[in-house]
Write a protein that binds this ligand. Structure first.
Ligand code: SAM
Length: 255
């Protein structure tokens, strides 16, 4: 089987069961599966969920799946690129996938941009990405990806997955994470995300250096945190900083 399109198929049944359990815990009427491949995870999801929408880009795999699940009316196959398909067309679903690693970030981004009809996602990703998604301030892995994800979701590590669980084995370790959408996402989250991206422009530089192109220098200098790096600052403090700077900048523009 060619390794194009991130095609590493999970073969450990115990791991497939754990992923399906994590996705369908508490019951889920509808699941969207990204990259079902040969349907290894699909089977476990169908035995726990109501309807299942599977999105597969590879035509030959899609044809195989159509045949394999032709007797199950709850299985719906969608041929195409997950990044081109409007996930919001489905009502209230859990999103699941052993993801093609080359597009992990855009897939996570798409999940974050959905609304609370999509309360959780369970993704098998590269371990390094899982570490970044759930990192705490002050740790090596804490960066813009951690902040952006944690603004929208709680991130939970479900299990680590070694290369030997796949055929063919990938070169890297993997991990399953569950993203649970927060009910308290700030209304101005887009503006906060933009602010966070500015704070992390150059990870090793201080806020004073990173923010000077966007705010009046006097405002930045007045911050007790100006000499810190963004990687040292917890999310709630970044939110407060953003509010403070925006308000002061506005006042300055008015006066
Ligand atoms: N779920 C299967 C498993 O666990 O054995 C296969 C997982 S494999 C890591 C990734 C799957 O995503 C492959 O079937 C691949 O063809 C599919 N894929 C790759 N890029 C895709 C895209 N842009 N949209 C939808 N599916 C894609």
């Amino acid at each position: 089987m060619p390794r194009k399109l991130g095609q590493h198929f999970l073969v450990r049944q115990a791991i497939l069961e754990r992923i399906a359990d994590a996705a369908c815990e508490g019951g889920t009427p509808q699941v969207i599966e990204i990259g079902p491949g040969r349907g290894a995870l699909t089977r476990h999801l169908l035995s726990r969920a109501g309807e299942l929408h599977a999105i597969e880009l590879d035509d030959s795999l899609a044809s195989y799946l159509e045949l394999e699940f032709r007797d199950d009316p709850r299985f719906h196959l969608h041929r195409g690129d997950v990044l081109q398909i409007d996930l919001a067309q489905w009502d209230s679903a859990t999103i699941v996938g052993n993801l093609p690693y080359y597009i992990t970030s855009p897939i996570v981004e798409r999940f974050l941009s959905l609304d609370d009809r999509f309360p959780r996602a369970v993704f098998l990703v590269q371990k390094e990405v899982a570490d970044r998604l759930r990192a705490s301030p002050g740790s090596r892995d804490y960066g813009f990806l951690s902040v952006r994800t944690q603004l929208y979701c709680e991130v939970e590590l479900i299990l680590k997955v070694p290369p030997s669980s796949f055929r063919p084995a990938p070169k890297v370790d993997s991990a399953v994470v569950r993203l649970k959408r927060r009910t308290d996402v700030p209304e101005n989250v887009n503006s906060i995300v933009q602010f966070a991206s500015r704070c992390f422009v150059q990870k090793r530089k201080t806020l004073r250096n990173n923010l000077r192109y966007f705010y009046d220098q006097r405002l930045i200098d007045s911050l007790p945190e100006a000499g810190l790096r963004a990687e040292q600052i917890p999310i709630h403090q970044l939110i407060e900083l953003h509010a403070k700077l925006e308000e002061k900048q506005e006042r300055l523009a008015r006066d």
